[in-house]
Design a protein around this ligand. Structure first.
Ligand code: FNR
Ligand code: LAC
Length: 380
C-alpha cells in the first residue's frame, strides 16, 4: 500500500496482507481484524500465568547460531521427507480447533493453502469442518489429530473415517486428559457462536459446546467426554485400529518418548500444546534436545510451540527435528485474509528459513546439523 494511503488510514502498522513483513505484524493485523474478542482470546491464550507460552518463544531467542562462511549457497533446497512423504519445506500445519472462528474459509482455506505450499495440514478432531469435507480438498497431505473419547465406538469411528477420507497419519494428542486452565476463556465463558459446530462429532450428536456453564464451555465439553483414564495400553489399542502411521503429540520427557516408540509410534511431536495445558511445563525446544539424546538416530521427531521466525526452524532442525509444526500463525493468517493469509504465514516462514540457511552456509535440509548452534558454555 502506498505511504499516503497508509497515513490516511492513520495506522502505523500494516493491516493489509501485502504490507505484512513478519509474523508479529501478522498477529497484530489479525487481532485488529477479529471482532469476536472471546475468539481472539481463545486463540491467543495460554494456561494460567502463560509462562510456558512466553518461554516457548523466548527460548529460541536465547539460542545463537554459529554460521559457516564461504559456502556455495546459490542452489538451495528446502524440501524434505516426513514419514516417507516429500514436502516442499519442513513446516507443517499444527492441528488447531475451530478455525471458522477466524474466517469462514476455516479448515478448507487451510488445506488449500497447504496444497499451494506443498506441505501437510493436520486436522483437529475439534474442527469446524468435517474430515470428509477437508479430505475432499486434500492433495495427499492430510493428517488427522485424534482426541480419545470415553465412548470407544466414537473413537474407532473417527479413526475409520480419517482413513477413509485419505488421511496419511494419525496424530494422537496425549497431553489433554483435561483442558488446561485458560483464565481468559473462563472469564469469557468461551463457547461456539451460533452456526459453528464440532463437525466431526455431529454423527455422534456431540457437536455442540455447552453454553450455560460458569466456566469455559470447551473445558466442560472435554471434562465430560474425553477419556481421562487413557494410558500406554490404550495407545497400543489405537495403533492397531488402522494401518496409519501413529504420531504421538504432547510428549515432553525422554522416558515417555521411549515408551511411545515401544507402543509402535512412527514419530513423536514434542509439544506442550502451545503453552495451553500445564503452565510452567518445559519449553519445547529444551524438551526436544533432551528427547533427541534418548531415541534412535533416525526416529522422526517433530516440535511445535513459539516458532515465529525462519531461524527458529533452523535451530529446531539443528537440534534434531525432522520438521516443525505451526499453530497460531496459521490462525492469524486465516483471520486476516482466509486461505491467502495462511499461505502468507507459511511463505513468510519459508522465505526466512531459506535466508537463514543461506546466511549460515547451508543449502539443503540434510546439511543442518547440531554444530550450527553455539553451545551455552561458549557464550561469554
Ligand atoms: C491448539 N492446539 C491443539 N492441539 C491439538 O492436538 N488439538 C487441537 O484441537 C488443538 N487446538 C488448538 C487450538 C488453538 C487455538 C491453539 C492455539 C492450539 C495446539 C497446537 O496443535 C500446537 O501444539 C500449538 O499451537 C503450537 O504452538 P504455537 O505455534 O501456536 O505457538
Ligand atoms: C485447545 C484444544 C482444543 O488447545 O486442543 O484449545
Amino acid at each position: 500500500m502506498q505511504l499516503e494511503k497508509r497515513k490516511e488510514m492513520g495506522q502505523g502498522q500494516a493491516c493489509l496482507p501485502e504490507d505484512i513483513v513478519n509474523l508479529f505484524e501478522l498477529e497484530k493485523a489479525a487481532q485488529a481484524k477479529m471482532t469476536n474478542q472471546a475468539a481472539w482470546d481463545y486463540y491467543a491464550s495460554g494456561a494460567m500465568d502463560e509462562i510456558t507460552l512466553r518461554e516457548n518463544r523466548q527460548s529460541y531467542e536465547r539460542i545463537f547460531l554459529s554460521p559457516r562462511m564461504l559456502v556455495d549457497v546459490s542452489q538451495r533446497d528446502l524440501s524434505t521427507k516426513v514419514l516417507g512423504q516429500k514436502i516442499e519445506m519442513p513446516i507443517i500445519i499444527a492441528p488447531t480447533a475451530f478455525q471458522k472462528l477466524a474466517h469462514e474459509d476455516g479448515e478448507i482455506g487451510t488445506i488449500k493453502a497447504a496444497n499451494r505450499c506443498g506441505t501437510i495440514m493436520c486436522l483437529s478432531t475439534l474442527a469446524t469442518s468435517s474430515i470428509e469435507e477437508v479430505g475432499g480438498q486434500a492433495d495427499n497431505n492430510l493428517w488427522f489429530q485424534l482426541y480419545v473419547y470415553k465412548d470407544r465406538e466414537i473413537t474407532k469411528d473417527l479413526v475409520a473415517r480419517a482413513k477413509a477420507a485419505g488421511a496419511k497419519a494419525l496424530v494422537v494428542t496425549v497431553d489433554s486428559p483435561l483442558l488446561g486452565r485458560r483464565e481468559r476463556d473462563i472469564r469469557n465463558r468461551f463457547s461456539l457462536p451460533k452456526g459453528l459446530t464440532v463437525a466431526n462429532l455431529s454423527k455422534a450428536g456431540l457437536d455442540n459446546l455447552p453454553a450455560d456453564v460458569k466456566d469455559s464451555g470447551l473445558a466442560a465439553y472435554i471434562a465430560s467426554l474425553y477419556d481421562e483414564s487413557l494410558t500406554w495400553k490404550d495407545l497400543k489399542w489405537i495403533a492397531q485400529l488402522s494401518d496409519l502411521p501413529l504420531l504421538v503429540k504432547g510428549i515432553l520427557r525422554a522416558d515417555d518418548a521411549k515408551r511411545a516408540i515401544k507402543c509402535g509410534a512412527a514419530g513423536i511431536i514434542v509439544s506442550n500444546h502451545g503453552g495451553r495445558q500445564l503452565d510452567t511445563a518445559i519449553p519445547t525446544i529444551s524438551a526436544l534436545a533432551l528427547i533427541k539424546e534418548a531415541v534412535p538416530k533416525n526416529f522422526e521427531l517433530f516440535v511445535d510451540g513459539g516458532i515465529r521466525r525462519g531461524s527458529d526452524i533452523l535451530k529446531a532442525l539443528a537440534l534434531g527435528a525432522k520438521a516443525v509444526l505451526i499453530g497460531r500463525p496459521v490462525l492469524w493468517g486465516l483471520a486476516l485474509a482466509g486461505s491467502e493469509g495462511v499461505e502468507l504465514a507459511l511463505n513468510l516462514l519459508r522465505k526466512e528459513l531459506d535466508l537463514s540457511m543461506a546466511l549460515s552456509g547451508v543449502s539443503s535440509i540434510k546439511e543442518i546439523k547440531r554444530d550450527l548452534l553455539v553451545d551455552r558454555r561458549e557464550l561469554i
